[in-house]
Structure formats: structure tokens, C-alpha cells
Design a binder for this molecule. Structure first.
Ligand SMILES: Nc1ncnc2c1ncn2[C@@H]1O[C@H](COP(=O)(O)OP(=O)(O)OP(=O)(O)O)[C@@H](O)[C@H]1O
Length: 274
């Protein structure tokens, strides 16, 4: 049987609207302490991209990430998350944020498992509580960073690199669509970096979006689909990786200077957003 042509004058079937990009900044400017830090950044990140943001110390990488998430205000320009300005965006469970390393510190009595489980909060607000699913996701996240054996330990007893892995696990536990990671592997040993790269490879294979600031891409390099290099608050380069995986992305960069902002990784909470 042949399929008959649509009757003349019949309306075309509705086409699905194109999904908005995960991030869309246009002309983004940020000033901190009265000093321009981002000076007019255009950056659109489509769902499924794996973008590395590179650049020298102080070029504005963390500020860009934070501005994209609405954590610092724009002085000019616009930015959107999944088509909405951050102030109107509600689906924070879709985004897992790993802030630049900071010491969780000895003053935090929470266990590793509790910190990782807090990554489920935004998802639970949206989708309701499912204890079995929560437990399974937390166990998977701990396993992905190889910290299952430390789950019951106070997080303040862990080394800096292990605490970083806890923050990564917190983001993983939320099972977000998009990961935003600010130097996730700074201070993390080579074996754990490989482990994380394997986990990211699986997530990327599932179509998740990744936006990461990195000093050394290391074993994550083959996953990167696009490199954005910042210089003095402007995009100096935006394109495919140059085929030098694991390269030192910028000679002016020192690794692992902790910054005292952000409180924990994982889907953003109202507290993260201030
Ligand atoms: N809260 C703040 N108040 C004032 N200035 C700030 C603040 N945070 C960052 N800056 C300044 O803004 C500039 C960009 O900082 P940012 O942390 O975004 O750079 P970065 O490229 O991520 O650097 P790094 O690689 O060292 O982390 C730097 O000169 C920094 O000193």
C-alpha cells in the first residue's frame, strides 16, 4: 500500500522546538571590587558538548563559570540556563556543580556519605523522595570516586584530594544532565583522575553536557570536544581541541590555588546560589 500525499492545504506537522543551549552568555561583563574581570564574553554551550575552559591564572575562568550559574551578577550582557535567566531558572537538579577546591575543613562533622547524599537534595525537591534510588545513586557516586570504604568517615579527616573527590561524588549523586566542574582534578592523584575520566566518559556517552575548567586535562583530554581559552576576561580562542591532549594549556597557570567561595559540589542549592 502506498502512502498518500498529504491533502493540499494540510498544515505541516508541528516541528519540535530546538532545545535551548545549556548555557548562553552574550556580551557578559562582570566587575569584582570595581575591576572588570569579564569584559564581554559570548559563550553558547549546546547539550552534549564537553567544553574545557582554559587560561592563565586570573584570566576569569572561575568567574565565567560562576556568572553562567548566576552566582555572580553581570554588569552588562545576558546569560541563560536552558533558555532562562538564572533568576528565573528553577530546574537546578539538572546541573551538578563542582566548585574550585577548597578545604571542607575539620570543622565539618558530616560524614563522606552525608556530604555525597546532599547532592540528591535538588533532585528530591523536584522528583520526590525515593530512598532506594537515593541510596543506590550515592553508592554509585562513592564507587565512581573510589571512596566507598571511607563513606562513614568524617569528611574533615580526608586529604585535600580525597575531599575534592567527595565534591565530585556529590555532583555525580544528583545525576544531573549537565556537569560544571571548576578544576575537578586539582590535587587529585593520577589513579583517581583516570577513574574520574572513565566515569565522565560513561556520562558523556549518555549525552550529558560537561563544562570544566582545567589546568591539566590529563586523562580527560580525549573527551573534550571544544576548548575555550580566556585571556584577560575575553575569549581568545574557541574551537576544537588542538590535538595536544594533556598539554599544559597555558604557561601562566599554576595549579590548585584554593579559593574561598562555593561551599560544596553537586546540584546547586539555594545556599550555593546565595
Ligand atoms: N571575590 C572577588 N573579589 C575581587 N576580585 C576577585 C574575586 N574573585 C576573583 N577575583 C579576581 O578576578 C580575577 C579573575 O579571577 P578568577 O578566579 O575568575 O580567575 P581564574 O582564571 O579562575 O584564575 P585561577 O586559575 O587562578 O583560578 C582575578 O584577578 C581575581 O583576583
Amino acid at each position: 500500500m502506498t502512502r498518500s500525499a498529504p491533502a493540499a492545504g494540510a498544515a505541516d506537522p508541528p516541528r519540535p522546538a530546538a532545545a535551548p543551549p545549556a548555557f548562553a552568555m552574550t556580551g557578559g561583563q562582570v566587575a569584582l571590587d570595581g575591576r572588570p574581570v569579564l569584559r564581554g564574553v559570548d559563550l553558547h554551550v549546546a547539550a552534549g558538548e564537553v567544553v574545557a575552559v582554559l587560561g592563565a591564572n586570573g584570566s576569569g575562568k572561575s568567574t565565567l563559570i560562576r556568572a553562567l550559574l548566576g552566582l555572580v551578577p553581570l554588569a552588562a550582557g545576558t546569560t541563560e540556563l536552558y533558555g532562562l535567566p538564572p533568576a528565573r531558572f528553577r530546574d537546578w537538579w539538572r546541573i551538578g556543580y563542582v566548585p574550585q577546591r577548597l578545604s571542607i575543613g575539620g570543622g565539618v562533622p558530616a560524614t563522606v556519605r552525608e556530604v555525597v547524599a546532599s547532592g540528591r537534595v535538588a533532585r528530591r525537591r523536584r522528583l520526590g523522595r525515593d530512598r532506594a534510588a537515593d541510596r543506590a545513586a550515592v553508592a554509585r557516586a562513592l564507587d565512581a570516586v573510589d571512596l566507598g570504604a571511607r563513606a562513614g568517615d568524617p569528611v574533615g579527616l580526608l586529604s585535600g584530594g580525597q575531599q575534592q573527590r567527595v565534591l565530585i561524588a556529590r555532583a555525580l549523586a544528583g545525576e544531573p544532565e549537565t556537569f560544571v566542574m571548576d578544576e575537578p582534578t586539582a590535587g587529585v592523584d593520577a589513579g583517581s583522575q583516570r577513574h574520574l575520566a572513565g566515569t565522565l566518559e560513561t556520562l558523556v556517552g549518555q549525552g550529558r553536557t560537561v563544562l570544566l575548567v582545567a589546568h591539566e586535562l590529563g586523562p580527560m583530554a580525549p573527551l573534550i570536544t571544544r576548548v575555550v581559552e580566556l585571556r584577560d576576561g575575553l575569549v581568545a580562542r574557541d574551537g576544537a581541541p588542538d590535538g595536544a591532549p594533556g598539554c599544559h594549556p597555558h604557561p601562566g597557570h599554576e595549579q590548585g590555588r584554593p579559593h574561598a567561595y562555593g561551599v560544596a559540589g553537586g546540584p546547586l542549592t539555594p545556599e550555593d546560589r546565595g
